[in-house]
Design a binder for this molecule. Structure first.
Ligand SMILES: Cc1ncc(C[n+]2csc(CCOP(=O)(O)OP(=O)(O)O)c2C)c(N)n1
Ligand SMILES: [Mg+2]
Length: 349
C-alpha cells in the first residue's frame, strides 16, 4: 500500500531512484480534515446511489445494452478527484459513470444518456460507455479494453507540448494491463517524460477471470519497470490513501519527472456488467469486502467516531444524494428519445 509498501521501480534512471527515495516519505494515509471527510462521504455516496438507481432502471428495462457499475470502487475516483487541479484530464474505460459524476458532470445528463434519451450527454446516441465533457476535461468512456491508454498518453503529450502544467489521469483495469498498446504507451510516455498518471484499477477480475489466472506477475504497479516508470500499490478502498498517493504522483508529474503508475487495489461488488451473475467468486468473498473494507463505511465510521457528524446529519446527506439519483431517474424516464433525424448527425460519413 502507498507508503507502507514502497515498491517503486528499480529503474536505472535518476527519476526512478528519486521516486524510490521520495515515496518512502509519502504518508500512507492523508490526514483528512472534517470538510474533506464530509466531501469524500458525500461524493462516494452520490456515486453509489446513482449506480444503484441505474441498476434498478436496467432491471426495469429503461436502460438497455451494456451497463457496468462501479459500486465498491468509489474511493479511487473520489480520492483522485480530490487531488486534481482544474484542467487535469481523466480518461477511462466503460466502467465510467463514477468518473463522470466525480468530475462534476450532470447526473441528469448521465442517466438520460444511459436510457438513450435526447437530454443525455451524447444526445442519447452514445450510451453508458460513450460520454465526454470538454468543460470537465473528461475524455470518455471507451468500450474497447485498453483503447484509452494511448489516448490518455496523447493527452499528456498535449500537456507537455503546450506547457500547460496539466496532468492526464489515464485509468484502466487489471484486464487491460497485459495488452501491447499499454507498453507502447509506457515507452513513449517515459521517453518523452509525459505528465501522465497511469491508474490501474485492480478490482481483481477482468470479466470472470481473476488476476492470478490472467497475469504472469500480479504486482501491477511494477509493470513500468523496464521503461523506468515508478509505481506503487495503493489501498484503493481507503479514500485517504488514494488522495495521498495521488498528491505525490501529481507533484511528480508536474515537476517534469514523467509518468507514474498507481495500482489501486480495489473491488467491484456487482458483476462485470448487469448480465453477469458473478459465479466465478464466492458470496463470502464479496461479503467480506463489503463488511470489512467498504470505502463509504470507513469514512462514515471515522466521522462518527471523531464526532464530526451525527447519525442524523449523515442520514440527511444520504437523503440529499438519493434525491439527486431519483431526480436523474425521473429526468431520464420523462425525457424523449432522440428524433430519427438525429440518426445522421454528429457522425463522420
Ligand atoms: C479489445 C477488447 N477485448 C475484449 C473485450 C471484452 N471485454 C470487455 S471488458 C473485459 C475485461 C476487462 O477487465 P478489466 O480491464 O479488469 O476492467 P474491469 O471490467 O474489471 O473494470 C473484456 C475482456 C473488449 N471490450 N475489448
Ligand atoms: Mg478488473
Amino acid at each position: 500500500m502507498a507508503g507502507t509498501e514502497t515498491k517503486s521501480t528499480g529503474g536505472r534512471s535518476k527519476a526512478a531512484s528519486k521516486a524510490r527515495g521520495a515515496m518512502k516519505n509519502t504518508p500512507a494515509i492523508a490526514d483528512f480534515t472534517k470538510e474533506e471527510e464530509l466531501k469524500a462521504y458525500r461524493e462516494m455516496l452520490l456515486i453509489r446511489r446513482f449506480e444503484e438507481k441505474a441498476g434498478q432502471l436496467y432491471g426495469m428495462g429503461v436502460i438497455g445494452g451494456f451497463c457496468h457499475l462501479y459500486i465498491g470502487q468509489e474511493a479511487v475516483v473520489v480520492g483522485m478527484e480530490m487531488a486534481k487541479q482544474d484542467g487535469d484530464q481523466m480518461i477511462t474505460s466503460y466502467r465510467d459513470h463514477g468518473h463522470m459524476i466525480a468530475c462534476g458532470m450532470d447526473p441528469n445528463g448521465v442517466m438520460a444518456e444511459l436510457a438513450g434519451r435526447q437530454g443525455g450527454l451524447s444526445k442519447g446516441k452514445g450510451g453508458s460507455m460513450h460520454m465526454f465533457s470538454k468543460e470537465k476535461q473528461f475524455y470518455g468512456g471507451h468500450g474497447i479494453v485498453g483503447a484509452q491508454v494511448p489516448l490518455g498518453t496523447g493527452l499528456a503529450f498535449t500537456n507537455k507540448y503546450k506547457e500547460n502544467g496539466k496532468v492526464s489521469m489515464t485509468f484502466f483495469g487489471d484486464g487491460a494491463v497485459n495488452q501491447g498498446q499499454v507498453y507502447e504507451s509506457f515507452n513513449m510516455a517515459k521517453l518523452w517524460n509525459l505528465p501522465v498518471i497511469y491508474v490501474i484499477e485492480n478490482n481483481k477480475y477482468g470479466m470472470g477471470t481473476s488476476v492470478e489466472r490472467a497475469s504472469s506477475t500480479t504486482d501491477l504497479s511494477q509493470r513500468g519497470q523496464s521503461f523506468g516508470i515508478p509505481g506503487v500499490q495503493v489501498d484503493g478502498m481507503d479514500v485517504r490513501a488514494v488522495k495521498a498517493a495521488t498528491d505525490y504522483a501529481m507533484e511528480w508529474c508536474r515537476e517534469g519527472n514523467g509518468p507514474y503508475i498507481l495500482e489501486m487495489i480495489t473491488y467491484r461488488y456487482r458483476g462485470h456488467s448487469m448480465s453477469d451473475p458473478a459465479k466465478y467468486r464466492s458470496k463470502d468473498e464479496v461479503q467480506k469486502m463489503k463488511s470489512e473494507h467498504d470505502p463509504i463505511e470507513q469514512v462514515r465510521a471515522r466521522l462518527l467516531e471523531k464526532e464530526w457528524a451525527t447519525e442524523d446529519e449523515l442520514k440527511a446527506i444520504d437523503k440529499e444524494v438519493r434525491g439527486v439519483a431519483a431526480g436523474a431517474a425521473d429526468f431520464a424516464q420523462s425525457d424523449a428519445e432522440p428524433d430519427p433525424s438525429e440518426l445522421y448527425t454528429d457522425i463522420i460519413l
